[in-house]
Design a protein. Structure first.
Length: 142
């Protein structure tokens, strides 16, 4: 699992709580999306993106999906890796992998589209140059 995780420039370790499970006795689907969000915010912090969602241009989630591969249960630790896979003209695409530490295997794959949004104008915005530069530096694309 370590070589797989090494390809993600941002990694977050999250404890699985008993209350994260649902009636089927595995982590509820919405929890995986929350874990992806936690990793996404950690990524934004690394690239100096303002996540106050109050002024100027900030990120907004335009799309996400989640492929369930293996159920995680309590007790365990989720190892979450996130990276940018693709830069587009008006958005960037992120990839999140969530691993079960206990079972040493991939459990979830999630993809997200992040759209720059001007919270004052209430409209999409171009990707700020600083975001592009910081993504390229963090991903090692320079």
């Amino acid at each position: 699992m370590q070589p797989e995780l090494a390809s993600f420039p941002v990694q977050v370790e999250i404890p699985v709580h008993w209350g994260d499970m649902d009636a089927a006795r595995h982590v509820n689907n919405i929890i995986y999306l929350r874990w992806s969000e936690t990793a996404r915010i950690a990524y934004f912090e690394k690239i100096a993106v303002d996540t106050s969602f109050m002024a100027g241009v900030g990120p907004i989630l335009g799309y996400q999906d989640c492929k369930y591969i293996f159920p995680i249960t309590y007790p365990d630790r989720a190892l979450v890796g996130i990276k940018v896979e693709e830069l587009q003209e008006d958005r960037f695409m992120m990839l999140t992998h969530i691993y079960s530490q206990q079972h040493n295997r991939l459990a979830i794959i999630s993809k997200q589209a992040i759209v720059p949004y001007d919270y004052q104008k209430l409209a999409k915005a171009p990707i700020p140059a600083a975001w592009l530069n910081n993504i390229k530096a963090l991903e090692g694309w320079e």
